[in-house]
Design a binder for this molecule. Sequence first.
Ligand code: IDP
Ligand code: MG
Length: 145
Amino acid sequence: MERSLVLIKPDAMQRRLAGAIIIRLEQRGLKLVAIKVLHLDKALARRHYAVHAGKPFFDGLVDYVSSAPIIAIIFEGESAIEVVRETMGATDPAKAEPGTIRGDFGLDIERNTVHGSDSVETAEEEIKLFFSQDEIFNYQNEVDD
Ligand code: IDP
Ligand code: MG
């Protein structure tokens, strides 16, 4: 079973889209196993996006994701990483398919509403940045059977 770290980014929180986004991911069959509201400080924002350090958009991205509270969620399920990425759509909302979260709600390539892990390895690292073990829940959904 895979896990993906999802962030509901400041632009979505500002527009009260958190519920609409969570519903879409639950409806794909993903199980919510951890969730919290937090205000990222710049140090954590830089660590989370470390792979983009040095790119022209890095400083702006760090300012944006630390500008207001966000929600961090762990979704679990079969192929959770791919399912989340498909449901989010392309990075640039203008290129994302209609019906995807970013296609429907994204504002621009930076303020694109959600984050989802891009591989099993990055998911593990990202989950450790945001959650301790006792904040992550193991439980069965009856529909799983
Ligand atoms: P992803 O979120 O689809 O994995 P990445 O390329 O990993 O996309 O970029 C991380 C985040 O950085 C994006 O979600 C977006 O918020 C921001 N970003 C990516 N490319 C640009 C850009 O060209 N200008 C401004 N912000 C960008
Ligand atoms: Mg990425």
